[in-house]
Design a binder for this molecule. Structure first.
Ligand SMILES: Cc1cc2nc3c(=O)[nH]c(=O)nc-3n(C[C@H](O)[C@H](O)[C@H](O)COP(=O)(O)O)c2cc1C
Ligand code: SF4
Length: 605
C-alpha cells in the first residue's frame, strides 16, 4: 500500500488533473486505482476530502462498478470474457488451464499478490475470442500457447508495455459494407453542410431521412433532435452512447476504431443543430485500448478546426468532446443510468419522464444517441434525407450494422439495408447448420430455424446489432443459462422485481438445466417472466426474461428433454431440512420424515 503522504499526493494530483470536479468521480477513481491497484478505505476517504463530497457517495460509486476494486487485487488482473460465444470457443477450459499454471483458483489472487484471475461479462470481442482483459486491456484469440507466454510474463513481472503487441491485436473484421462503411466521407463535410444550409435545413433532412436510433430502441433521431433543440435553456449537451454492453455486440467498437472521425463529426453536427457546446463519449471500460487513439483523433480535429472554438472559422460555432470511460456496468448503457454515471454517480436508471431531451446531463437538455446513429447522421447531412430513406423498408430506413458471432465461418461486421432476411445473413456469414439465433443480445429474442425468413427491421425483428448463431451441435439451454447469470450480475439492484426476479429465474433455469426440473418449474418461469416484464423499473429487468420465454416457445423440446419428472420436485431436500426438528423433538419415526410420494396425492407428512 502507498505510504500515507504518497497516497495523499497521488490522490491530490489526480483530482487536480480532473479539475476538482465531482462529476469526474468515476474517472478519478479509475485513475487512483490505476496507480494503487485497488481503492483502499484511505484512498476513498482522501478522494472524498479532495472533492469535498460525502465519503458515502464515494464508497457507493466504488462499490457499484465491476472494474473498481475495494479489496486488493494482483498487479496483473486477468478477467476472462464469459459470454456464451467465448464458451463456444472453449474459454472455460482455457480459464482452468491458466489458473492451474498460475497456481490459483478462479476469482483468487495469488498469495504473492502478483496476479488475480476471474471472469467478466462479454468484452465485445466475440468475433475474435476467447478473449480476456489484463488490467483493462483486451487480449484476443487466446489459446494454450498464448496463455503459456502470458504465464511467463506474469511470473517474470514483465510490464504490459513489453508484452508482444499481437496479444492485444483487435481486428475489425468488416465483412460487408454499404452506405455507412463503404462510402468515402471527407472530414468536415457535414460541418460545412450545416454552416452552409443552417441547422433548420439539416434538421429537416434528419426528419426526412427517417433515421431511427441504432442502439436498439429505434426512437426517431430527427424527433429527438427537434425536441432537444426546442427545449428551453441555453446550456445543452450531446452524449454518444458507446457503452455497447449487450453481449454479442461489437459494431460500435469497430466504428470507434475505424470511423472515429465520422462519429465525432456526427456529434459536432448535433451540437450545432441543437445548440450545444459540449459533448461526451461514454466509452465502455472494455474498450479502454481505444482511448489513446480516440484522444489523438480529437486533438487532430481540434488542430484542423473541426472541434473546439470557432469551428471552420465560424466564431458562433464552438463544440468540444470529452471521453468518459465506463467501468464494467451493463446498465450504464441505459441512457438515464449513463447520464447518472457521467455525473459521477452510480448508474441507476432514472424515473422517466422527464426524458433526457429536456432533463439530461446536469438536468439540462441532452441528446443521447448511439455511436452508429451519430455516424449515420453525419452522412445524412452531406447526402440528404431522401438519399438515406431510399434504402430499407417503410418503417426502417437506411442500413444496419450487425455483429455476427457464434457458429459461423466468417464472424464480423455486416452492413445490410433494413429488411434483409435472417436466412440471407446466415448464408453470407457461412452459418450452414444454424439451429437458432439470439438476436439483439440476451435482452433481445431467440429465434428458431422456422423463423429464418423473418426480416431484420423495426416492423419485424428489431435489433441493436447482436446476432449470435447456435448450430445443431449446441444445447440451447447452455446459452439461456449463461444469459440468466449475466442478468443477475448486471442487475443494479434498485428494484425488487429485477433484483429478486433475475436470481429466481437463474435458479429455475439451473435447476432444469441440471436435470432436476419439472413442468411446474417451466410454468414458474413463465409467470415470473411476465411479472418482470411489467414490474421492473427499466429495460434491463423488463427484457431479462426474454431468452427464457422465447426459448420455452421456440425450443420446447430443449426444455422437455431435461425434465426428470413431470410432477413437482422440491428445489431442496425437505427431509434433510426436517432433521433439526427431529432432533429437537427426539423423534425419528416414519411420520417425522418427508415421504415424497404423498405429495402427488395431496397428503402432507
Ligand atoms: C439495459 C440497457 C442497456 C442499453 N445499452 C445500450 C448501449 O450499450 N448502447 C446504446 O446505444 N444504447 C443502449 N441502450 C439504449 C439506450 O437507453 C438509448 O435508447 C440509446 O442510447 C439511444 O440512442 P439511439 O436512439 O441512437 O439508439 C440500452 C438500454 C438498456 C435498457
Ligand atoms: S430493472 Fe434491474 S437494472 Fe433496472 S432499475 Fe430495476 S434493478 Fe436496476
Amino acid at each position: 500500500m502507498a505510504e500515507p503522504d504518497a497516497l495523499i499526493q497521488t490522490v491530490h494530483d489526480i483530482v487536480q488533473r480532473h479539475g476538482g470536479l465531482p462529476t469526474r468521480l468515476l474517472q478519478i477513481l479509475r485513475d487512483v486505482q490505476d496507480c494503487l491497484t485497488w481503492l483502499s478505505p484511505e484512498a476513498l476517504e482522501r478522494v472524498a476530502q479532495e472533492l469535498d463530497i460525502s465519503p458515502v457517495k464515494v464508497h457507493s460509486v466504488a462499490e457499484f462498478y465491476s472494474f473498481l476494486y475495494t479489496a486488493p487485487r494482483g498487479s496483473y488482473d486477468i478477467l476472462f470474457s464469459d459470454n456464451i460465444t467465448d464458451r463456444m470457443l472453449g474459454n472455460r477450459e482455457l480459464l482452468h488451464y491458466l489458473c492451474d499454471r498460475l497456481g490459483i483458483g478462479i476469482g483468487e489472487t495469488r498469495a504473492d499478490g502478483v496476479v488475480t484471475v476471474g471472469t467478466t461479462s462479454c468484452t465485445g470481442m466475440c468475433d475474435q475470442g476467447p478473449a480476456a482483459l489484463v488490467n483493462g486491456y483486451a487480449l484476443t484469440r487466446l489459446d494454450q500457447p498464448r496463455l503459456d507466454r502470458i504465464v511467463e510474463r506474469v511470473n517474470g513481472q514483465i510490464p504490459l508495455t513489453q508484452w508482444p503487441r499481437e496479444f492485444f491485436e483487435v481486428v475489425s473484421n468488416i465483412r460487408r459494407a454499404d452506405i455507412l462503411l463503404g462510402r468515402h466521407f471527407a472530414d468536415g463535410a457535414a460541418l460545412r453542410a450545416v454552416l452552409k444550409r443552417g441547422p433548420e435545413a439539416i434538421l429537416e433532412e434528419m426528419v426526412k431521412s427517417g433515421l431511427r436510433g441504432q442502439g436498439g430502441a429505434g426512437f426517431r433521431s430527427g424527433a429527438k433532435w427537434v425536441s432537444c433543440r426546442n427545449a428551453p435553456g441555453e446550456v445543452k449537451y450531446v452524449v454518444c452512447n458507446a457503452d455497447e454492453g449487450e453481449p454479442g455486440t461489437f459494431k460500435d467498437r469497430v466504428l470507434m476504431q475505424e470511423f472515429a472521425d465520422l462519429v465525432f463529426e456526427g456529434m459536432t453536427l448535433c451540437g450545432r443543430v441543437i445548440g450545444a457546446r459540449q459533448g461526451f463519449v461514454y466509452l465502455r471500460g472494455e474498450y479502454r485500448y481505444l482511448l489513446d487513439a480516440l484522444q489523438a483523433t480529437l486533438q487532430r480535429r481540434r488542430e484542423a478546426g473541426l472541434l473546439g472554438e470557432a469551428i471552420l472559422g465560424d466564431p458562433t460555432f464552438s463544440f468540444d468532446i470529452d471521453i468518459h470511460l465506463g467501468a464494467g456496468a451493463y446498465v450504464c448503457g441505459e441512457e438515464s443510468a449513463l447520464i447518472e454515471s457521467l455525473e459521477g454517480k452510480h448508474g441507476v436508471p432514472r424515473i422517466r419522464p422527464p426524458f433526457p431531451t429536456t432533463h439530461g446531463y446536469l438536468n439540462k437538455p441532452t441528446v443521447v444517441n448511439n455511436v452508429e446513429t451519430f455516424a449515420t447522421a453525419a452522412k445524412i447531412a452531406v447526402e440528404g434525407g431522401a438519399w438515406f430513406a431510399s434504402r430499407g423498408t417503410a418503417e426502417s430506413k437506411g442500413t444496419k450494422l450487425l455483429s455476427l458471432s457464434g457458429d459461423c465461418e466468417r464472424p464480423g461486421i455486416y452492413e445490410y439495408p433494413f429488411g434483409v432476411t435472417v436466412r440471407r445473413v446466415l448464408e453470407d456469414c457461412g452459418a450452414r447448420d444454424a439451429q437458432g439465433i439470439q438476436m439483439a443480445g440476451p435482452a433481445g429474442h431467440m429465434i428458431s430455424a422456422k423463423q429464418f425468413d423473418r426480416r431484420i427491421c423495426f416492423e419485424d425483428l428489431a435489433t441493436g446489432g447482436s446476432f449470435m448463431v447456435f448450430d445443431q451441435s449446441r444445447d440451447i439451454l447452455d446459452g439461456i443459462r449463461n444469459f440468466t447469470h449475466f442478468f443477475v450480475h448486471e442487475s443494479c439492484g434498485f428494484c425488487t422485481p429485477c433484483r429478486v426476479g433475475t436470481s429466481l429465474l437463474r435458479d429455475l433455469v439451473t435447476k432444469v438445466h441440471t436435470g432436476h426440473g419439472t413442468r411446474y418449474d417451466l410454468e414458474e418461469m413463465r409467470k415470473l417472466g411476465q411479472i418482470m416484464r411489467v414490474a421492473c423499473h427499466c429495460g434491463l429487468g423488463q427484457t431479462a426474461p426474454n431468452p427464457v420465454l422465447d426459448s420455452l416457445d421456440q425450443f420446447p423440446e430443449s426444455w422437455e428433454r431435461r425434465l426428470r419428472a413431470t410432477t413437482f420436485e422440491p428445489a431442496f431436500d425437505l427431509d434433510a431440512a426436517l432433521e433439526q426438528a427431529r432432533q429437537l423433538t427426539g423423534r425419528d419415526d416414519s411420520d417425522a420424515h418427508w415421504r415424497e410420494q404423498e405429495l402427488t396425492t395431496g397428503a402432507t407428512p
